[in-house]
Design a protein around this ligand. Structure first.
Ligand code: PLP
Length: 383
C-alpha cells in the first residue's frame, strides 16, 4: 500500500466532486443562447454563488480560472497592467521571497521587462513574514502587495489582518495566494479585506485544472487572454461547467468538515513529527505555535542523508512525499523557500489531507525511519 503524504501537491477528489463532474461533463456551452446553454450557464452561476458565499465574497468578485497558477498570474500581471493604464510611471510591487513560483515568476518577469519595480521581502526563519516588514516595503508608487496565506513547503501561516488593515483605502491592492490554506483554514476575504485571492480546486478535493481568482469588483485588472469576454471580460474562454461545479462541491464539503479535519490532521501531523524528530539529526521546521502552521504540513530537515537518494528510497518503500515543492524545483536542489529561510540539511515535506488515516502515519513512521537508517551508513561509507 502506497502511503500518500503528498496532499500539498494534490489531494484526491472528494466524492461530491466526482459526482458533480460526472453529472455535468456533457454540458452545453454555457454561453450558448439555447435552452441547453442556459441550463449550463445556470450550473456555472450557481457554483459561482456557492463559492462566493463560502469565501465571504460576492459572486461578482469570483472569476473562474484553470487553477492557482492562472489565478495568481491574473492578479499580479492584471493589476500591474491596469495600473500602468491609469497612472504615470512604473508601478511598484511587493511580494514575499517565499511566494509560490505562480506569484514570484510573473512579478520577476514584469520587473525584468521594466513593467514594474519589485521588492521581495525576506521571511523569518520559520517561513512567515513579519507584517511590519511587508508594510515597510510599501512606497508611494506601490500598486500591489502579495502575501501568501500559507506557505506550500513549510506550512507557515501568515498574519494577513494587520497588512489588510493598514492597506485599506490606500489604493494599494492586497493579493493573497490561499491555495494551500483553504483545505484546513477558514478564509473570509470580505472580513479580512483582501482585494484579490487565488485558490486551486485540486488542493481541497476538487479536480485538477480549475481554480478561483477572487478579484474585488472595482479593482482594475487587465485580462491575460482576450477572446469571447466571459467572466466580465477578465477571463475569456468557454466555461468549464463540470470542473467549476466540481470545484464548488469540493469547497462546500471542505468547509463543512474543515475545523474537524484540521483538528484530526494536527494530531496526526504531530504524531508523525514527534516520531521522526526522535531520530538523531531530524528537525521539524516552521513556527513553534500550532496556530501559526497548517495542520496538514510536516516539514523536516534531515542531516546526513542525500536528497536524491532519499527520494528514491521513499519510492522504493512506498511513501509518496516531497523533497521540495512538487511544482517547483526538483528533488535534491535547495528550494528558494529553504534558502530564504536559511534552512540546512535535506528537506522532506510530508503533507496530509482528508483521506489520511492513523494507519498511514503508522506505516509512514516505520518506512521513513527504515529509509533514513538505510541511507546513513551508505553516506558514512562514502565519506
Ligand atoms: N500557489 C501555491 C501556494 C501552490 O502550492 C500551488 C501548487 O502547488 C499553486 C499556487 C499552483 O496551483 P495550480 O496547481 O492549480 O496551478
Amino acid at each position: 500500500m502506497l502511503v500518500d503524504l503528498d496532499h500539498a501537491a494534490t489531494t484526491p477528489p472528494r466524492p461530491e466532486a466526482r459526482a458533480a463532474l460526472e453529472r455535468w461533463l456533457a454540458s452545453a456551452n454555457a454561453s450558448a443562447r439555447h435552452l441547453a446553454g442556459q441550463h449550463a450557464r445556470a450550473v456555472v452561476e450557481e457554483a459561482r454563488e456557492r463559492i462566493a458565499t463560502l469565501l465571504g465574497a460576492s459572486p461578482h468578485d469570483v472569476v473562474l480560472t484553470s487553477g492557482g497558477t492562472e489565478a495568481d498570474n491574473l492578479a499580479v500581471k492584471g493589476i500591474v497592467w491596469a495600473a500602468r493604464e491609469r497612472r504615470r510611471g512604473v508601478p511598484h510591487v511587493v511580494v514575499t521571497a517565499v511566494e509560490h513560483a505562480a506569484v514570484l515568476e510573473p512579478a520577476r518577469w514584469l520587473a525584468e521587462r521594466g513593467e514594474a519595480t519589485l521588492t521581495q521581502v525576506a521571511p523569518m526563519p520559520d517561513g512567515r513574514v513579519d507584517p511590519e516588514a511587508v508594510l515597510a516595503a510599501v512606497r508611494e508608487d506601490t500598486v500591489l502587495v502579495s502575501v501568501m496565506a500559507a506557505n506550500n513547503e513549510i506550512g507557515s501561516v501568515n498574519d494577513l489582518a494587520p497588512i489588510a488593515r493598514a492597506l485599506r483605502d490606500t489604493g494599494v491592492a492586497l493579493h493573497s495566494d490561499a491555495v494551500q490554506a483553504v483545505a484546513t483554514r477558514p478564509l473570509d476575504v470580505g472580513a479580512l479585506g483582501l482585494d484579490a485571492a487565488a485558490l486551486s480546486a485540486h488542493k481541497f478535493g476538487g479536480p485538477q485544472g480549475v481554480g478561483v481568482a477572487v478579484l474585488r469588483r472595482g479593482l482594475g485588472v487587465e485580462p491575460l487572454a482576450h477572446g469571447g469576454g466571459q467572466d466580465r471580460g477578465v477571463r475569456s474562454g468557454t466555461f468549464a461547467v463540470a470542473l467549476v461545479a466540481a470545484a464548488a462541491a469540493a469547497l462546500e464539503a471542505t468547509v463543512a468538515e474543515r475545523s474537524a479535519l484540521a483538528a484530526r490532521l494536527a494530531a496526526l501531523s504531530d504524531r508523525l513529527a514527534e516520531g521522526l524528530t526522535a531520530l538523531p539529526g531530524v528537525r521539524r521546521e516552521g513556527p513553534e505555535a500550532s496556530t501559526a502552521r497548517l495542520a496538514s504540513h510536516v516539514h523536516l530537515s534531515i542531516e546526513g542523508v542525500d536528497g536524491d537518494a532519499l527520494a528514491l528510497e521513499l519510492d522504493r518503500v512506498g511513501v509518496a512525499a516531497s523533497s521540495g515543492s512538487a511544482c517547483g524545483s526538483g528533488a535534491g536542489r535547495p528550494s528558494h523557500v529553504r534558502e530564504a529561510c536559511g534552512l540546512e540539511g535535506t528537506p522532506l515535506r510530508c503533507s496530509l489531507g482528508w483521506t489520511t488515516r492513523d494507519e498511514d502515519i503508522d506505516l509512514a513512521l516505520e518506512r521513513i525511519t527504515t529509509a533514513i537508517a538505510r541511507l546513513r551508513p551508505a553516506i558514512a561509507r562514502l565519506g
